[in-house]
Design a protein around this ligand. Sequence first.
Ligand SMILES: Nc1nc2c(c(=O)[nH]1)N[C@H]1C(S)=C(S)[C@@H](COP(=O)(O)OP(=O)(O)OC[C@H]3O[C@@H](n4cnc5c(=O)[nH]c(N)nc54)[C@H](O)[C@@H]3O)O[C@H]1N2
Ligand SMILES: Nc1nc2c(c(=O)[nH]1)N[C@H]1C(S)=C(S)[C@@H](COP(=O)(O)OP(=O)(O)OC[C@H]3O[C@@H](n4cnc5c(=O)[nH]c(N)nc54)[C@H](O)[C@@H]3O)O[C@H]1N2
Ligand code: SF4
Ligand SMILES: [Mo]
Length: 910
Amino acid sequence: MSEAGRPVKTTCPYCGTGCGVDVLVRGDATEVSGDATHPTNAGKLCVKGAALGETLVPEGRALHPMLREPAGGRELQRVSWDTALDVVAREFRRIIREDGPQAVAWYVSGQLLTEDYYVANKLVKGFVGSANIDTNSRLCMSSAVAGHKRAFGEDIVPVSYEDLEDADLVVLVGSNTAWCHPILYQRIVKAKAARPQMKVVVVDPRRTATTDAADLHLPVRAGTDVWLFNGLLSFLYQHGVVDTHFVDAHTRGFDRALAVADNTAGSVRAVARQCGVDESLIAEFYRLFARTAKTITAFSMGVNQSSAGTDKVNSIINCHLLTGRIGKPGAGPFSITGQPNAMGGREVGGLANMLAAHMDLENARHRQLVQTFWDSPCIAERPGLKAVELFEAIEAGRVKAVWIMATNPVVSLPDADQVKRALAKCEFVVVSDVMHKTDTTAYAHVLLPALAWGEKDGTVTNSERRISRQRAFLPAPGEARPDWWALAEIGRRWGFTDAFAYDGPGQIFDEHARLTTFGNADDEVPRYLNLSGLVGMSAGDYDALAPVRWPVSGQDGSDQRPDAVSADAFMPRVFSDGRFYTADRKARFVATPPRLPMHARDEDFPLALNTGRVRDHWHTMTRTGLSPRLAAHIDEPYVDLHPQDALLSGVREGGLARVSTRWGSLVARVRTSGELPRRTAFVPIHWNAQYASDARVGSLVNPVVDPVSGEPEFKHTPARVEDFAVLWHGFVLSRTPLPMDQVIWWTRVTGHRFLRYEFAGRERVGEWSAFARTALGVHATDADWIEYEDRTAGQYRAAWVVDDRIEACLFVSPRPDLPSRAWLSGLFAKERLEDLDRIGLLVGEPTDRGADAGPTVCSCFGIGRNCIVEAVRGGCHSAEALGRKLQCGTNCGSCIPELKALIATSLVPA
Ligand SMILES: Nc1nc2c(c(=O)[nH]1)N[C@H]1C(S)=C(S)[C@@H](COP(=O)(O)OP(=O)(O)OC[C@H]3O[C@@H](n4cnc5c(=O)[nH]c(N)nc54)[C@H](O)[C@@H]3O)O[C@H]1N2
Ligand SMILES: Nc1nc2c(c(=O)[nH]1)N[C@H]1C(S)=C(S)[C@@H](COP(=O)(O)OP(=O)(O)OC[C@H]3O[C@@H](n4cnc5c(=O)[nH]c(N)nc54)[C@H](O)[C@@H]3O)O[C@H]1N2
Ligand code: SF4
Ligand SMILES: [Mo]
């Protein structure tokens, strides 16, 4: 908890960059800033991190355990923790007794702390005796894990953030780093500015904010990365760019990998044809790679989330093995992790095919080690069900009880309507969440309230293997409790009192650290994951633990604990000795015959649907959706299309479109950003039933998975786009929530002191004022009413004003070109409307043009598009000049690519 006047040091709960955060609590206010002492971010935060304070609100929190009797189907009722936990322990035990340990399952998350994750894994693998515990990391980096294991023998990320800065070539493959790992991206941009010889190549079908920093952008056709990297392997070999000593002494499997590469991608021309990219661009990339020793190939979801994800990863690693560019400063393959604790989850064995502490389920000695260490009655003997299989097994009735923790699968799994069917049929569903109402909690028989960021306490590990503390600075709201505690309570209720007698996360961490050392030295191939230097910390040491990269070895007397950060400099570099973690200590080339995405061609569904993230939202929006600042950047679900595909589909920028696949459909606003290649569509992943009537993109995604990793193909589903015809478009800003159940399409946006609903309708409306009251639920007693209607034009607007303060306003038109929301938002900040404001409301536009800043571009300082365009026209012709005048882009820098794009378009003569 916060000592008076001193900030609590903690870690950001969003992306795997893992930035340090200082939090100062002063009464009701929480000030969040970057931790200047944290080696990851040195005081910087991106806009999501900076807006964390806005998400610490009581709205919507799960505060008490809730129960719906399994047979019942009634509403959830509040119960005590004891009752809820007794029911969970009883139902799981009954089903295990009747149908065996394979009939129950856990589905957890990379947003758990390492300590929560450790206890979940221990309970299931050691005390249920099955490995039916999988995690949303299956959807995220399981292909990287599988690729690492195939190539290195252990899941090891061999690169640090300093290496990225030190590299002369950074190849970003399938990664929108600028939006998804903003601080990491800023570090690359800064390094490039300081050392102009550093080059950046982006491999992504889309032009993204990340391509802004690229010297070269390869807009490869989706799913063709294996051709690109097989071709690179061939090219490097043909041009003699080979570290022969390294390949001979430290690797195996080269000949076969090369033969496959030669056969499938033996010429630049063949690669260019497959990837759909100009031959000259491919050649330029190959030459650049060939001549740059210090190369890092960093990759994320464009690589992992593919039915060929694991092969994509290995085709990249192959090129680094051939050139010996691994285990050296500024060189290596680098899997960027998504979630704050994706890496920690891997350390404790959170996936259904792993055991704790980087031990293997298939290895009998490892199973025995873990069982002995846990003193457990059993140990999982074989891999459990992977996420997609797990929900199939639930629907088929083979799995009868599931406990979902810190993830929202009704939104985030592929074929997400199947997940609904599965959960609706499931005998017993437990959901642990921090929010009361999510698309998934709707299916809970038991809802357990968990501690959220700022309340929970433990550790997370970032993309570069750095363990940092998340510390509590707020009291637990209601009866919310830590996830590890709820899990341990079940262990205790099953009679395993000693095994789950934890008094806090420090004790759990200590057990985890000890397990990483247990029997490790005696193994023929010792595991690289080793936390011996962190064993036996006192409660005070654990509390004060400074960010530290693993391994943290204490055996040689060089205990790194006292000054973990500076210890980085002395840490032996992994693989620098050419020794890997396979049985013969050699790395493996993996032959990667390329294949196209499943169902790549489909006449009925001619577009390839790509899905991903936007800058200011996090996943299913349970937290970022609460922040007005974050909602202001991209405020609606949209489908982005190439202008020609929009034309062919009969849809128009700003209108609504139905996007359909063989699995499902949604309705979203059309954009033609110019960032997409032909025959593709892009829809963001964030919107769901809490924020829109019909925009859950997971329900459209093909559930096909990579055969090795089980990771789904989120980036490529054949789709079709059609006009979604409506008679009118409208929006309402209201200080109170509105039901919206009588319009055909709606989406909700959080504003400062109001909610905004965008909506559209198909029925002719006779009287708008009545419609506003009855259908939309706009109520304002004693309101003084400003109203305007043009029946022939089909336009209507109204505002409700109470005591000179605006309560609600509504605008309707047959076309989507409605007045500026930014201007109207400003009126809600005023305690009294002025006469000019009232006139503006009546005429439907601000009387003072300066009052309309336009849609937010820079969320840190709330700078709108119109202000920026005006400044550009007034002479600010660079992002720096705009920053000097308006401050935009000077904090987190995430909007700089957008600022540059605005400068370019605003300067084009009208
Ligand atoms: N703002 C924000 N940041 C986040 C998150 C968030 O929700 N919001 N989530 C976090 C998490 S969990 C994750 S996993 C990361 C994800 O981080 P990223 O992987 O950077 O994000 P995505 O937008 O999923 O996808 C990355 C890119 O892959 C491209 N792509 C699609 N298909 C292909 C292909 O076949 N080949 C190649 N080369 N590229 C392709 C897409 O066009 C997209 O631009 O972000 C983390 N950071
Ligand atoms: N179409 C498509 N789908 C995707 C992806 C994609 O690119 N395209 N990406 C996939 C990837 S990479 C990921 S990582 C997933 C993410 O998908 P999810 O994991 O489903 O997304 P979140 O919204 O982060 O869900 C976290 C849930 O846990 C709750 N929560 C937060 N903190 C805690 C806590 O401490 N304890 C508990 N018990 N609950 C907590 C939140 O309120 C929320 O309901 O989505 C995947 N789905
Ligand atoms: S880059 Fe942004 S979201 Fe990611 S950890 Fe840092 S502050 Fe948080
Ligand atoms: Mo992820």
